[in-house]
Design a protein around this ligand. Structure first.
Ligand code: SAH
Length: 368
């Protein structure tokens, strides 16, 4: 998306970052993105209710309750696969409004021994969203414990649910310009506005898949190292079953996938710092490789969301729910169709399972 100077908004965070760059020099893109999402005063997730019809984007659990319910049943099967431990941590990373966990816990009651064994841990950086999650889960029968990072969750058998979290992790970008590869930076132009500077900072290592790319190529580099290490730690002494669902590509490829969305519309990532959601496509190949580099971990998939939800029986569950609620049948059917859409979420979203290497493949992600 090109930078429309006329659309540029003078947000409080823009002013803060401009002053900071003037005082201390260029920001790498990762630091810009982190500030936009997490700045304690003006960060996107800190200040607004981003998710849902009135927010900036709608996620799968907000589209249909069946999404969270199937993932709750998936969790129960995963729990049985790891030997039905009498205590298990049910962990969610980036729970948003808490809808997925609410639906999952309701479905989990169908397996009473699992419902009795589970303790809920939520990894959430935003105080605003923590308060919303507490409200959503007030009647769920489990009192969640909140953490700032996965590495802070106590060890023990773990089931981890993750929807649209990896795409919110900050990325850097490399740009192949006339003078070779550079690390994209954010600087201030002669008029005092934020700009991308693709010439000043030298590039670190260029990934092999992009080495021969043409001039003008942008490479988006996510950083999953910390998360992979935390998974490795949790899986070292205890069984682990984790589900990562996100939009992105199964194989690493060059491309500028950083995007900004505000009130359901795309805009340039520099247009409204702190007031638009910034995300990047998940590079599932890179994430998988980092997971497999951890001793004792294995990965299943990625599969498309359509294949995964199909394997879990979404169509059957949708039909049953429609029969029980004839007045809502149209809405239920539309929700399921949207989650499975071959031109939309059904294929753009992928599902990767992470588990202990000695455990059987995770439900819905077995190789056929
Ligand atoms: N899973 C939810 C919300 C997705 S939005 C859903 O599907 O609706 C991303 C979520 O991740 C938000 O809750 C956001 O506050 C949280 N988040 C983003 N970056 C984070 C980080 N670095 N640490 C902890 N939580 C983070």
């Amino acid at each position: 998306m090109s930078y429309d100077a006329a659309a540029r908004r003078d947000t409080p965070l823009a002013k803060k970052l401009i002053a900071q760059i003037r005082a201390r020099g260029p920001l790498v893109l990762k630091d810009y993105m982190t500030a936009c999402l997490q700045d304690p005063e003006h960060g996107y997730y800190r200040t607004r209710e981003a998710i849902g019809g009135a927010g900036d984007f709608v996620t799968a659990p907000e589209i249909s309750q069946i999404f969270g319910e199937l993932i709750g049943l998936w969790s129960a099967i995963a729990w049985q696969q790891i030997g039905s431990p009498h205590r298990v941590n049910l962990i969610e990373l980036g729970p948003g409004r808490g809808t997925l966990m609410q639906d999952a816990l309701r479905a989990a009651r169908l397996v009473p021994a699992f419902a009795a064994a589970l303790e809920v841990h939520l990894v959430e950086s935003s105080e605003t969203l923590r308060a919303i999650q507490a409200r959503t889960l007030a009647d769920a029968g489990k009192r969640p414990e909140w953490h700032a990072a996965l590495s802070n969750v106590p060890s023990g058998p773990a089931i981890i649910l993750v929807n649209e979290f990896l795409d919110a992790l900050a990325v850097d970008q490399l740009v192949r310009g006339p003078n070779g590869w550079r690390l994209r930076a954010v600087t201030v132009d002669a008029q005092g506005h934020l700009q991308f500077d693709d010439d000043t900072l030298p590039a670190s290592e260029v990934p092999a898949y992009a080495a021969a790319a043409a001039p003008g190529t942008v490479v988006t580099l996510p950083d999953y190292a910390e998360l992979a290490a935390a998974l490795g730690c949790l899986g070292r002494d205890h069984p682990l079953a984790a589900l990562f669902i996100d939009y992105g590509h199964a194989a690493s490829a060059a491309g500028d996938t950083l995007q900004a969305v505000r009130a359901h519309y795309y805009e340039h990532p520099l247009t409204s710092p702190g007031e638009a959601d910034l995300t990047a496509h998940v590079d599932f190949e890179d994430f998988r490789t980092r997971v497999l580099a951890q001793q004792g971990l294995a990965a299943d998939g990625p599969k498309t969301q359509g294949e995964f939800l199909g394997a879990l029986g979404i169509v059957e569950r949708g039909s049953r729910l429609m029969a029980l609620n004839p007045a809502k049948a149209g809405e239920i059917e539309a929700g399921v169709a949207r989650l499975l859409s071959p031109q939309g979420m059904g294929t753009r979203f992928k599902v990767l399972g992470v588990r202990g290497a000695g455990q059987p493949p995770l439900p819905g992600l077995e190789q056929r």
